[in-house]
Structure formats: structure tokens, C-alpha cells
Design a protein around this ligand. Structure first.
Ligand code: NDP
Length: 347
């Protein structure tokens, strides 16, 4: 059987990856931060035998050597999908709580695989559009060749968005020491160390979609679905729906499939893949909720002005579509299913 190590299995995107892996017959070991989170995953899959699904607790992927024992599995791993990384703005120490887990977590798992898991053929890492989005130049069309320009100095400052962007990628800026953050660090590692595995990186923009992972309460909603939840709770009824910072989106089920296809398609090795469905804006989300769930009309903001700029940047998702065969869901389907899942959770 083909065996996969999936990090961060209790997360929004990873939970969907886990479903697809199990559906396709892979054996999966997933990492979580507590026994309780691991047990929730097993309880959600009562019919999956324990040799096909198990978990290991890694409380903090930012600590040195935490993956060393985990990657020594028997039978050994064939693939690793590394999704675990902080994606929230609840931190007070950007280095310890975001940058270390993102960067050291990424280099740590690569080092551990190289040292202790020679059977691993490919590592797939979840990066982000945050590792592409530039703040200094006007990029007309985003594709896999574009890298973000956040520097270490900005990442450790007060701007929480810059910390998150920095956790994924940074390029050296003039007169500043070169810094290499998570995604960059991964590519550098592979280039320098020439390990026996190859690397594929998935770069999604804002990811929306139904919740399949366990959350103890709606206040634990993952960051990218939070505005949708707040909209259906009536928080933006007065019309102040937060403006989008990023104008590109993708459905979580398509991102999850891209991760699994990335281990199945030989040609995906060595590729950075921009997995993006299209443009969105706060208004388009409100409209999609309205169309799919008319019963929520009284909660929704009226007369939201479309904040999608007329000259918004474009995207090229050809490589991901052609290589991985992803057919993207529409915003209406995605938002409709997200809202249905939130209602089921008590929203
Ligand atoms: P979630 O917060 O739902 O998942 C993040 C996962 O990482 C959780 O399982 C979390 O565990 C784990 N994690 C965070 N910090 C640590 C740590 N220090 N040690 C161990 N585990 C840790 O977010 P998503 O599913 O949305 O994000 C998954 C990946 O996708 C991240 O790499 C994120 O940057 C990337 N991404 C997400 C996008 C989005 O819009 N959702 C867009 C682009 C990229 P716990 O919950 O227990 O803290």
C-alpha cells in the first residue's frame, strides 16, 4: 500500500486532503497538536482500520528535530504532504508563533526525511499566494514565476499580514541581508542538498469551502472562512463587509485534490503550482450567499459596493489545470456549500 504522512491533519485544508487520500486507498499517518485532536480524527472515520489511519502528536513543528522519529515509520512512507503552518492573526510573538513554525517546520521536515526516510519519493508543501503577492510593483498577471517581496524586517514588525506573507516567502531586498523564509527555504534546501525526494509546492490564494474538520466552537473557524460566517451571522448587515485584501480564491476541495494529484502525477515534481479558481470580492460573496440561501436575506448587507478593482491583477492557472487536471468549482457552489456546512455546525 502507498503510505502518506500528512502534517496538520486537524486543519481546514488538511482535513479535505485526508478525505481524498482515504477515498483513494492511501494509508495515512497524520500529525496533530494534541491527543484530543487526533482522537477526533479517528472518531470521524469509524470504519477506517487503524493500519490505514493513525496520528502522531507534534505540539510545535517549530522545534528542532520534532519530525525525526515521526518520519521513521514501518512500513515506510512513500510521500509527505506538509500543510501544517500557522494561519491566523492571534499571535503576539511573530517569530515564535508564526515564523519559526512556518520556516523551521518546513526545513525540519525536509531534513528529517532526508536523514531518516529514504523511501519518500516526493514532498508536497502548502505554500500560498502570500508567497507571490507583491506590494512594490504592479504585477499584471500572476503565475508561478512571481515571488513576494516581504523582508524579514517587515515580517517581525507590527503588520500581521506581513508576518503571514513573510512566513511563506521573502526575497532579499536591496541593502538588507538575504532572507529565505518557508517556501523559499524549501526550494533552496532541495537545490543545495539534492535529496532523493523531489518537491512540489501548491500556492493557493484565499481558500473557502465546507468545514469537515472538528472545531470545538464556531469561534474556532479557520481564518479564510471567518468573513462568510460573520456575514451569515448578520455582522455586516449595515453594509460594512470587510474589503478583500486578496482578490483571488479557490475552493478547498479543489486545493485538496491538487495536493493529492501532486503526489500522483510524475511531472508535478519540481513544480510550483498556482491553484486558483478566479476573482472574488466581498460583494460577490454576499451575492452568492443570497442566491444559494435566500432564507438568510435578513442577515446580509444590502447595497454592498463591488470592491473588485476594474484593473485588478489577472492570473494564469494553466500549469495547475493541465498538469493536475483540476476543474475548478464556481464561487456560487463553493459559498453555497460553505454556508450549508456552517449552518450544520450551528451558525
Ligand atoms: P488551519 O489553521 O485550519 O490549519 C493549519 C494547521 O497547522 C492546523 O492543523 C494547525 O494546528 C497546524 N499548526 C499551526 N501551527 C502549528 C505549530 N506551531 N505546530 C504544529 N502544528 C501547527 O489553516 P488552513 O487549513 O487554512 O491552512 C493550511 C495551510 O494552507 C497553511 O500552510 C496555510 O498557510 C496554507 N494556506 C491557507 C489558505 C487559506 O485561505 N486557508 C490560503 C493559502 C495557503 P492547530 O489547529 O491545532 O493549531
Amino acid at each position: 500500500m502507498v503510505k502518506v504522512l500528512l502534517t496538520g491533519g486537524s486543519g481546514f485544508i488538511a482535513a479535505h486532503i485526508l478525505e481524498i487520500l482515504l477515498e483513494r486507498g492511501y494509508d495515512v499517518v497524520t500529525t496533530v497538536r494534541s491527543e484530543e485532536k487526533g482522537q477526533h480524527i479517528l472518531e470521524a472515520h469509524p470504519n477506517v482500520p487503524k493500519e490505514k489511519l493513525s496520528y502522531v502528536v507534534i505540539e510545535d513543528i517549530g522545534k528542532d528535530g520534532v519530525f525525526d522519529e515521526v518520519v521513521k515509520s514501518d512500513p515506510p512512507f512513500d510521500y509527505v504532504i506538509h500543510t501544517a503552518s500557522p494561519f491566523h492573526y492571534r499571535f503576539t510573538d511573530p517569530v515564535k508563533e508564526v515564523l519559526d513554525p512556518a520556516i523551521k517546520g518546513t526545513t525540519g521536515i525536509l531534513k528529517a526525511i532526508q536523514a531518516f526516510a529514504p523511501t519518500v519519493k516526493r514532498v508536497v508543501i502548502t505554500s500560498s499566494f502570500a508567497a507571490m503577492a507583491r506590494t512594490d510593483t504592479l504585477v499584471k498577471v500572476y503565475d508561478e514565476s512571481v515571488w513576494a517581496n516581504v523582508a524579514w524586517e517587515e515580517s517581525v514588525g507590527d503588520n500581521k499580514g506581513a508576518t503571514y506573507r513573510g512566513s511563506k516567502a521573502s526575497l532579499p531586498l536591496a541593502r538588507r541581508p538575504p532572507v529565505t523564509l518557508a517556501e523559499k527555504a524549501a526550494w533552496d534546501y532541495v537545490e543545495k542538498e539534492k535529496p532523493s525526494f523531489d518537491l512540489t509546492v501548491i500556492n493557493p490564494p484565499a481558500v473557502f469551502g465546507p468545514i469537515v474538520h472538528h472545531i470545538s466552537s464556531l469561534s474556532d473557524i479557520n481564518t479564510s472562512n471567518a468573513n462568510i460566517l460573520e456575514a451569515i451571522q448578520g455582522k455586516y448587515k449595515d453594509g460594512n463587509m470587510p474589503r478583500s485584501i486578496v482578490f483571488l480564491w479557490v475552493d478547498v476541495r479543489d486545493v485538496a485534490l491538487a495536493h493529492v494529484r501532486a503526489i500522483e502525477v510524475a511531472e508535478a515534481g519540481g513544480k510550483r503550482l498556482f491553484i486558483v479558481a478566479g476573482h472574488f470580492s466581498a460583494k460577490r460573496i454576499a451575492d452568492a450567499i443570497r442566491e444559494t440561501h435566500p432564507e438568510l436575506e435578513s442577515k446580509l448587507p444590502e447595497n454592498v459596493i463591488d470592491d473588485l478593482p476594474a484593473d485588478v491583477y489577472q492570473y494564469n492557472n494553466t500549469l495547475g489545470r493541465q498538469l493536475l487536471g483540476i476543474e475548478y468549482r464556481t464561487l456560487k457552489e463553493c459559498i453555497g456549500d460553505t454556508v450549508s456546512s456552517l449552518i450544520k455546525l450551528g451558525a
